[in-house]
Design a protein around this ligand. Structure first.
Ligand code: ZN
Length: 421
């Protein structure tokens, strides 16, 4: 299949081959921190369902479609959370509610309507809730991600009620990952993940890095548990090592779960779990979610590099010329991530202008996400900056995300590392 044929509704025109990447592509990039708080883009949706497995599936779907789910098993719990939370749900999805909870449900809906000054839209949850991510890698389509009609259909009624939250790409556009880079002579042919898994060890490292970050900001384990439950990661609560308050700040910062993130281990974690974790971290700091994601990426990578204890190699790289150090760093970075995924999905290329391109195919942390307005991979910007710092190159290079799957729906993200002038 031609990699430029993205879907039935739109194909990409073939343009003349270009030998180098045009500078104009940098105009697509956005600064690390963009505009108003990220959460302005995330509409809160209340989910009340006594069937916890279904509620978790709904939470994951809502998270991937750009909502901020608030998940409760009963109307009383939902009511309590709505009273305590600083947000107002724009709609409620109601699943199983037993007889004893009928009256509390009515009261909760009435109360929320009164507080909003208008009725709260209510939808009944269907018995069957799809598990597949709305945007996913289909083995039959090896170049780009595609939408699942069943999973997209789940949102149709919600989108009809809240049309401004419809998260579908307006129209196929020419993208770096699918059009410009394959035509540029850089040998960057798009590919999608075949495994759709990542390593258990990497997941635990990132999970515990998030837990340490939140604990250092005064959050409690109960708040952490609620956050994970809201994004459909209730099963990950048991995997968390919540920091012991008796340890020193430094120990808590670095953690004791170091070790190479690329250590071979079971590739059992669904890629979508990393995306939901990313959103939990974003939701943990409603006033500055992007900075929070950056910090998480930076601290998690710092702890992982610290755990490698390869100080001799680190010192040797620090003595190398700037470009040689960068290439060794990028080789190590992409090799470790390929090991985490169990497949070659990360590539870098030197540009004629002295900058470097880094492409993450079927990118983790945004896998499954539907359309969004802004680049969403602040966690990778933090990880790259921490790695640059590790090899003494942080003052020489600037990292930006040029194109995010959240904007293009290709599944792929493109980063640039440009020399600081
Ligand atoms: Zn991205």
């Amino acid at each position: 299949m031609d990699p430029k044929q993205r879907n039935a509704s739109g194909t990409h025109s073939t343009q003349s081959r270009i030998s180098t990447l045009p500078r104009e592509i940098y105009a697509l990039s956005s600064p690390a921190w963009v505009g108003a708080a990220l959460l302005e883009q995330y509409t809160p949706i209340l989910v009340v369902d006594a069937h916890t497995m279904r509620a978790q599936r709904v939470a994951r779907l809502l998270t991937l479609a750009g909502y901020r789910p608030i998940v409760a098993t009963s109307p009383v719990e939902a009511f309590t959370r709505c009273l305590r939370g600083s947000w107002e749900p724009e709609a409620a999805l109601i699943g199983a509610v037993d007889q004893a909870n009928r009256l509390p449900l009515t009261r909760m809906v009435e109360h929320l309507a009164k507080r909003r000054g208008r009725e709260l839209p209510i939808l009944a949850l269907p018995a069957f809730v799809p598990e597949l991510a709305p945007l996913h890698a289909d083995p039959a389509i090896p170049y780009f991600h595609t939408s699942s009609p069943t999973s997209v259909a789940f949102f149709e009624e919600l989108w009809r009620l809240l049309p401004q939250t419809r998260a579908l790409l307006p129209e196929p556009e020419r993208t770096l990952a699918l059009d410009v880079l394959p035509e540029s002579g850089l040998n960057l042919i798009p590919r999608t993940s075949q495994r759709l898994r990542s390593s258990r060890r990497h997941f635990q490292l990132t999970l515990n890095a998030a837990a340490r970050l939140l604990a250092s900001q005064g959050r409690s384990f109960a708040q952490w548990r609620t956050l994970l439950n809201d994004v459909g990661l209730a099963h990950a609560v048991a995997l968390t090592r919540w920091p012991d308050p008796s340890t020193s700040v430094n120990e808590r910062k670095m953690g004791d779960d170091g070790g190479k993130i690329g250590d071979a281990d079971d590739l059992v974690v669904p890629a979508v779990d990393l995306t939901c974790l990313n959103q939990a971290v974003a939701f943990s700091a409603p006033e500055h979610p992007q900075q929070q994601l950056y910090l998480w990426g930076y601290q998690g990578t710092e702890a992982s590099l610290h755990g490698q204890r390869s100080s001799v190699a680190q010192r040797a790289v620090r003595l190398l010329p700037r470009d040689r150090a960068m290439q060794i760093m990028l080789n190590g970075f992409t090799r470790e991530l390929d090991t985490v995924r169990g497949e070659a999905l990360h590539h870098w290329r030197l540009q004629p202008d002295g900058s470097y391109l880094l492409v993450h195919y079927s990118n983790l942390y945004v896998y499954g996400r539907m359309w969004g307005r802004e680049p969403a991979c602040q966690v990778w910007l933090g990880a790259l900056d921490a790695t640059l710092h590790y090899v003494g190159q942080e003052n020489n290079w600037q990292v930006r995300e040029l194109e995010c799957s959240c904007q293009t729906q290709t599944g792929h993200c493109v980063f640039a590392l440009r020399p600081r002038t």
